[in-house]
Design a binder for this molecule. Structure first.
Ligand code: APR
Length: 250
């Protein structure tokens, strides 16, 4: 066991309030490509052309055909992987309280975490751009693109496009929880998109220890990660759970 890994086990064992901040990387091993880096979605598509609210309002049919239908196909097939299950195990062991996720795939809830803040919304729902009516994505008739609401308005995923505000309650609660935690587990995020990327800084500024799990160094690694664990979340998290179980039974 490396010193950093052993320190992470000790830190988590002593922690009173642990929160996780997750990004697309935790779902890579569920078959959902990340946005940046190797195989990233934004290497293929220009996010400003397909994932910005102005692009959607200008040409919803193209955004549905190029981005949203593809996301639905990938997310419909995805299942929680050993990393999601590892975070759910940490909650069941009384170690992890809350997951703040930038992901819209719902895999943390399906793995069993009971307190998940969906910082960028949820793809499980579609919302009418005109009247805010919502319907489960699984029930939307995709024979007509873009799909429409009963009011005639256009439906869109209940997720945040670039250029849109973070849901107020998600932002406020995430900031409060980040300021109050004594350990933040940062898993699978490039920490490039604000305001989600400010959560580790809020945690650190309030004295928390930041444990980062990522196969690559990020802008956080050299600046604020106390314990950078380099590797895939699907490998490191189950190992952390196993070591925590041994620690709890010692
Ligand atoms: N385990 C852990 N981390 C991984 C793995 C893995 N198996 N595979 C890749 N990663 C890491 C990458 O090294 C990268 O640092 O996951 C990170 C993915 O970064 P991004 O694709 O930028 O995803 P994220 O940080 O969640 O993006 C934030 O940007 O486009 C918007 O709304 C979108 O929520 C998203 C936001």
């Amino acid at each position: 066991m490396s010193d950093l890994f052993a320190d992470a086990v000790e830190t988590l064992a002593k922690a009173k309030k642990t929160v996780a901040l997750t990004g697309a990387g935790i779902s890579v091993e569920s078959g959902i490509p990340p946005f940046r880096g190797k195989g990233g979605l934004w290497e293929k598509l220009d996010p400003m052309k397909y994932a910005h609210i102005d692009a959607f309002l200008e040409d919803p049919e193209t955004v549905w055909n190029v981005l949203i239908k593809e996301m639905k196909m990938v997310l419909d097939k995805a299942r929680p992987n050993t990393a999601h299950i590892g975070l759910a195990d940490l909650e069941r062991m009384g170690i992890l309280q809350t997951v703040i996720t930038q992901n819209v795939d719902g895999l943390h809830q399906r793995a069993g975490n009971s307190d998940v803040i969906e910082f960028h919304g949820s793809f499980a729902w579609q919302r009418c751009q005109t009247c805010d009516w919502t319907i489960e994505t699984s029930r939307v008739d995709l024979s007509e693109i873009p799909p429409r609401c009963r009011c005639g308005g256009i439906l869109r995923p209940d997720c945040i496009f670039f250029g849109e505000m973070i849901p107020h309650d998600a932002l406020l609660r995430s900031q409060q929880i980040s300021a109050a935690c004594d350990v933040m587990l940062v898993v699978g995020t490039s920490a490039t998109v604000q305001p989600a990327a400010s959560m580790p800084f809020i945690a650190r500024d309030n004295g928390a220890v930041v444990i980062e799990i990522n196969p690559e160094p990020t802008s956080l690694t050299r600046r604020i990660s106390n314990l950078p664990l380099l590797g895939a979340a699907g490998t490191i998290l189950p190992r952390l759970v196993k070591a925590m179980r041994r620690h709890q039974n010692a």
